[in-house]
Design a protein around this ligand. Structure first.
Ligand code: FPP
Length: 233
């Protein structure tokens, strides 16, 4: 198992599209919400592992702007799981020196959840360990449009790569090195569209609730072998 500080070519920033909770539940004749519950356990494991190996940032796609189309009881179950995660994990985030950062549009989220997310971000913002970034109500196209419109509102005449990047949610995070997607799907699904410009991709057929430290390690080992050329030869 990877140990902190001993790994060459460790990515600084890994993002994960956590897919397959529904199929995991279906295979077991369980309701989808139990798939999400098992998915929340996989989140705890992934965060623990990311801290163990020394990632600077782990970004998780927990609720997309398109996920509002899901049945209300599934959305409610996901909101409850997020609240539960905050209640159970905040002390752990503080103990492990983790900074919690939420990206996305929270305006349609339940008010109690919005309050607790803001509180958890405030309580962890003085930490200086890994950043756990959770994407909620997030859409990559919306994020780029938000950055562009903010620049237009500020009277900027010519938008540069740097000015646009400074308006993204991720402006203070390290560049995205590796994007992982579970469950065998090989799409970006409107996640971090600008940020994936030079990222490596790693796909696994493992369903998110079954994603464990060994699988995470496989992704990091594979990343370590890749030659990144950024368009050069
Ligand atoms: C995709 O699987 C998963 C989601 C839309 C939700 C992800 C949420 C969690 C992992 C749990 C809560 C998160 C945190 C941060 C505590 P799917 O439902 O689309 O699966 P399917 O494609 O098999 O139907």
């Amino acid at each position: 198992m990877f140990k902190k500080g001993k790994v060459k070519n460790l990515p600084r920033h890994v993002a994960i599209i956590m897919d397959g909770n529904g199929r995991w539940a279906k295979k077991r004749f369980l309701p989808r919400k139990l798939g999400h519950k098992a998915g929340a356990e996989a989140v705890r494991r992934a965060v623990e592992y990311a801290v163990e190996v020394g990632l600077e940032c782990l970004t998780l796609y927990a609720f997309s702007s398109e996920n509002w189309k899901r049945p209300k009881d599934e959305i409610d179950a996901l909101m409850r799981l997020l609240l539960d995660f905050l209640h159970k994990e905040l002390s752990n985030l503080l103990d492990k020196n983790i900074i919690l950062k939420i990206i996305g549009d929270l305006s349609d989220f339940p008010e109690d959840l919005q309050r607790e997310l803001a509180d958890a971000q405030n309580q962890t913002h003085k930490n200086n360990g890994m950043t756990l970034c959770i994407a909620l109500g997030y859409g990559g196209q919306d994020e780029i449009l938000m950055a562009v419109n903010n620049l237009i509102d500020a009277g900027v005449k010519k938008i540069t790569k740097e000015s646009l990047e400074s308006g993204l949610y991720t402006s203070e995070l390290p560049p995205l090195d590796l994007l992982i997607r579970t469950s065998g799907e090989q799409r970006v699904s409107n996640f971090l569209l600008w940020q994936v410009a030079y990222s490596e991709f790693w796909f696994t057929s493992v369903l998110w609730p079954d994603f464990d430290k060994k699988e995470f390690e496989k992704a990091l080992v594979d990343f370590g072998k890749r030659q990144r050329r950024y368009g050069d030869v």
